[in-house]
Design a protein around this ligand. Structure first.
Ligand code: DX5
Ligand code: ZN
Length: 219
């Protein structure tokens, strides 16, 4: 089980949503060259969130140009429906929203069977205790630090108590934060116990990613 590993890595994954989507392959490459640990891909269906982004065909096309780890954040209703296609398209982690499924453990098993890592995400209004009984079935918990749907929003500091709660209980669980992360909020999130940082606008706002991002020492 993931949290039984005795080390966790600090990782940063740029959210491609904030990149130049007309040049997705070269943006992905630019992020990897600059030191990204994984690429965060936001899939939105216009139902679970009020926005539409991309889906399996685009992920499949990108996979032909990139060997990076694809961290797929599924902001979709009925996440059971898309796991197979995301796996076939080259997804490496499938993070579903707890709010979108009635059978999270069954879904986690489905994802595992497809040889992807399992992530479970919580919207800001969802209580952390909603995860009770689920942690042992997942590789990562994503604590949303903005309302899912759009990049460029303000970081919700009050979400850090969820991160602290989880880190107190699970020393080696992968805890991801997503939304409003920049050099300042990143530090607070890391102090609270997050070890996987998703950042969109704060990364891609730089022309020279290599010079401006990911300068921390690798562990
Ligand atoms: C929001 C997405 C995020 C978004 C983050 O629903 O899940 O991944 O791209 O963007 P920033 O870093 O700009 O808040
Ligand atoms: Zn995301």
């Amino acid at each position: 089980m993931p949290f039984k590993k005795n080390i966790i890595r600090m990782e940063i994954g740029p959210s491609l949503l904030a990149s130049d989507l007309s040049n997705l392959a070269s943006e992905a490459e630019r992020a990897v060259q600059a030191g990204a640990d994984y690429l965060h891909i936001d899939v939105m269906d216009g139902h679970f969130v009020p926005n539409i982004t991309l889906g399996p065909p685009v992920i499949k096309s990108l996979r032909a140009h990139s060997d990076a780890f694809f961290d797929c954040h599924m902001m979709v209703a009925n996440p059971e429906q898309w796991a197979n296609e995301i796996a076939i398209s080259g997804g490496n982690r499938y993070t579903f929203h707890l709010e979108a499924t009635k059978e999270p453990i069954k879904l986690a098993k489905q994802i595992k069977n497809l040889k992807m890592e399992v992530g479970v995400a919580l919207k800001p209004a969802t209580e952390i205790t909603a995860l009770d009984g689920l942690i042992e079935h997942v590789d990562l918990v994503l604590i949303m630090t903005v309302e899912p749907g759009f990049g460029g929003q303000k970081f919700m500091h009050q979400m850090l108590s969820k991160v602290e709660y989880l880190r107190r209980r699970y020393k080696t669980l992968n805890i991801q934060v997503d939304g409003g992360l920049n050099s300042e909020t990143l530090e607070k999130a890391a102090k609270a116990g997050a070890n996987s940082i998703v950042a969109g606008s704060s990364v891609f706002s730089y022309k020279d990613l290599k010079k401006n991002c990911f300068t921390r020492e690798k562990n």
